[in-house]
Write a protein that binds this ligand. Structure first.
Ligand code: FRU
Length: 484
């Protein structure tokens, strides 16, 4: 009952906050909380035929605070319905928040596995974390397990910072990965269980060498086209040229895994996305066999202007992960996102131009597809600008000789830290698929070879989309955009 009345209170707080919210930057087709704060996606699962996404949520404030689990579901990964808050911190073992975790379907019982957080000494960053369970048979109301926490003591290879359980089934067992640290070494540790309640510790799955950070958050481990992938979010990596330019990163290790020996032999760390705002990614496997990833579309300690509007944070579009020829992860928007398309505008096909070409549109919500034939392009660089009516613009620029793609949001709300850059090796075609929402941009390059995800905060009305070349002609294969 305590839980129900706490959920009621939180829902009432959200109703009040919704009324006061300023909508200027509210997103048109991304998952957000009804109001107030949201961070990591949690508990991604397809349950009884519907996709469920939970998220870290503070329903009482636009700032991070004692974490709850918000909840949405969808039949098509595009249209999301808000459900009541799923978890509130009511018990001693989670008194400072129900932290991130995952969901499994345990014979029809929707089971959430999450971290109970206790701050022992916030100043000194000492926490006492444990792993907990909550179950539901209707997929809406959750009951916490009386025997919580199900894992209360960290192994000697870790510390009180051990959190963000991702659980999956393999054969007769459930497996769990957790992120942890020992001193200044980030790690992912592994457990197994027959019943989700009693867990056996199996050891360290992977850990930082000197370069991969002091803490690894939000691990996820799965098979992808015959290889094993460990996604995680390391904290404390140093920037290196165009790499690791955000405060924290999200990326992956890929290799071979043996369930008999629990050995994971892998290559080096690769960033998953190259924009400003992509963190704490989690995946699900759906009934079509697709591995679908969703991330938090913000970054800790970044400038978040929507706080003054009474809300903060959003999740990325769902992306399908596949393996590329060079054993790298490709990320593409799930195909259902085409359901968002309303009005189609075919601007041009098979056409050369030089200089600038402006397509006027006031639309805020746009998907656009732009393909250049680089074999017929003499220009040094090509690109596009999403332009505001006066000074504002978000720029994508591809330099053909050094094969670098730059996203520049300096003039759309990011200021000094506005530029992110990545290498896109291509001699033939540069294909950009770009999703623009009121305060976000997601760029998918060459069928998922690279992605760049950033929040933008334009203040001006939109003027349009401008194609440009620098020093020469470019050949456009296709330029189409849709109002969403
Ligand atoms: C990642 C994270 C997780 C933690 C949660 C708390 O962004 O720090 O490690 O469980 O957020 O909200």
């Amino acid at each position: 009952m305590l839980t129900q009345s706490k959920i009621q209170q939180a829902e009432e707080a959200l109703q009040k906050a919704k009324v006061k919210m300023n909508h200027r930057y509210r997103l048109g087709y991304h998952i957000m909380a009804p109001a107030n704060w949201i961070n990591d996606p949690n508990g991604l699962i397809q349950y009884k035929g519907e996709y469920h996404v939970f998220y870290q949520h503070h329903p009482f404030d636009e700032n991070w605070g004692p974490m709850h689990w918000g909840h949405v579901k969808s039949k098509d990964l595009v249209h999301w319905e808000h459900l009541p808050i799923a978890l509130t911190p009511t018990e001693d073992y989670e008194k400072d928040g129900c932290f991130s975790g995952s969901a499994v379907d345990d014979n029809g019982v929707l089971t959430l596995i999450y971290t109970g957080n206790i701050f022992v000494d916030r100043e000194k960053d000492i926490v006492d974390q444990s792993q907990c369970i909550a179950t539901s048979v209707d997929g809406i109301h959750f009951t916490k397990e009386a025997a919580n926490p199900v894992i209360s003591k960290h192994p000697k290879e870790g510390s009180g910072h051990f959190r963000d359980p991702k659980v999956w089934r393999h054969g007769e067992y459930w497996y769990m990965v957790l992120g942890t640290r020992k001193g200044n070494t980030g790690k992912v540790i592994l457990y197994k269980s027959k019943d989700l309640r009693q867990w056996e510790y199996l050891g360290v799955l992977a850990e930082s060498d000197e370069t991969l950070g002091y803490m690894w958050e939000c691990p996820d481990f799965f098979e992808l086209d015959g290889k094993y992938v460990l996604i995680f979010s390391p904290q404390g990596m140093e920037a290196k040229g165009d790499l690791y330019n955000n405060l924290f990163q999200t990326g992956y290790l890929i290799g071979e895994y043996d369930y008999e020996t629990n050995k994971f032999i892998h290559g080096s760390f690769t960033e998953l996305d190259h924009g400003h705002d992509f963190y704490a990614v989690q995946t699900l496997l759906d009934d079509k066999g697709r591995r679908i990833a969703i991330g938090w579309m913000d970054m800790w300690e970044s400038n978040m202007p929507t706080k003054e509007d009474g809300w903060c944070g959003a999740l990325t579009l769902p992306r399908e992960l596949t393996l590329g020829e060079n054993i790298e992860i490709l990320m593409n928007p799930v195909e259902e996102l085409t359901f968002l398309r309303e009005l189609k505008n075919s601007v041009c096909t098979d056409k050369s131009f030089s200089g600038t070409h402006l397509v006027e549109t006031k639309e805020d919500l746009i998907e656009l597809k732009l393909e250049f034939d680089l074999t017929k392009t003499a220009a040094e660089s090509v690109g596009l600008k999403i332009r505001g009516i006066n000074q504002e613009e978000t720029t994508l620029l591809y330099q053909i000789e050094n094969q670098k793609l730059t996203l520049d949001c300096t003039k759309s709300g990011k200021g000094e830290d506005g530029v992110r850059r990545t290498k896109v090796e291509s001699n033939q075609v540069l294909s950009l698929r770009v999703f623009i929402d009121r305060s976000s941009i997601e760029v998918f390059v060459n069928d998922g070879q690279a992605t760049l995800t950033s929040r933008i905060y334009p203040k001006e009305e939109r003027l349009g989309i401008e194609l440009f070349t620098e020093n020469g002609d470019a050949h456009v294969i296709d330029f189409t955009y849709w109002k969403l």
